[in-house]
Write a protein that binds this ligand. Structure first.
Ligand code: UGY
Ligand code: MN
Length: 247
């Protein structure tokens, strides 16, 4: 999308952000080579997690050692080999993985142009509950469920809905004209990537036209609402912290 000189749809507010693709700038990440990586959201914005977009050249590689950070990755396009500890699997478009805190992970042998979104947070253990396990899966095998009874707004929950997991990563797909049923206001934070289609996102008291490629941050308690518009369904991938009460 071309914009008039000196203008952008990007808006960084105190408690939400819309990050359009036109202004994105690459960062060097330790352990990543042959990639163009953009840190879209992190603590410097006010968030409690990080969202990165990694675009691979052929021969590129992304790897991180075992530490207190957990990582969920989603292959938007292309493909690559994901290794988590001793688990290893090839992922194509729609492939995803979860690497728990304490496990090293890598993506190797990517197809050129592969785009992977990463969501990372410091793991919050739950007393008496075993730590979550590593997962390598495929979104095409996860059935979309009607959201609060609406068959035109379907939710695919990629990670197990279990107390061990302190994050969720979901895909929401709306038929054109479908909406979030009400303006949500909740303690959970979101990082979101528009995967396809378009619509209007309400964030606090602002309404933004959004389209595939846009990224959104919603701080805890950011009022939020979405309507899908246009001639094709709209879908987005999003992160959410779950299953932990505030201290
Ligand atoms: O899971 C959610 O909170 C979701 N309904 N929020 C959103 O799509 N903005
Ligand atoms: Mn929400």
């Amino acid at each position: 999308m071309n914009f008039p000189f000196g203008q952008t749809r990007t808006r960084i507010a105190e408690r939400h952000a819309l990050i359009a693709p036109d202004g994105q700038v690459k960062s060097q990440i330790p352990g990543f080579s042959g990639t163009a990586t953009v840190i879209l959201i992190n603590e410097t914005m006010g968030a409690n997690f990080a969202q990165l977009l990694v675009t691979f050249e052929s021969g590129g590689r992304a790897a991180q050692p075992a530490n207190e950070i957990e990582t969920c990755g989603y292959f938007e396009t292309g493909g690559g080999t994901v290794a988590i500890g001793r688990d290893k699997k090839r992922c194509g478009p729609g492939g995803f993985f979860f690497s728990p805190a304490g496990a090293a992970w890598s993506i190797t042998a990517p197809k050129r142009g592969t785009r992977v979104s990463l969501f990372q947070k410091r793991f919050s253990p739950l007393a008496g509950v075993a730590a979550p396990r590593a997962i390598i899966g495929d979104a095409s095998r996860v059935k979309g469920q009607p959201f609060l009874g609406d068959p035109d707004a379907r939710l695919q929950v990629l990670l197990p809905d279990e107390p061990a997991f302190d994050l969720a990563v979901n895909i929401f797909t709306y038929q054109s004209g479908a909406t979030l049923p009400f303006v949500e206001t909740h303690v959970m934070e979101h990082g979101l990537l528009m995967l396809s289609g378009q619509g209007v996102y309400r964030l606090e008291d602002s309404w933004y036209p959004v389209a595939a490629g846009d990224v959104i941050w919603m701080a805890p308690y950011c009022p939020q609402w979405f309507v899908a518009m246009g001639k094709t369904p709209a879908s987005y991938l999003y992160y959410k912290d779950v299953n932990r009460a505030a201290v």
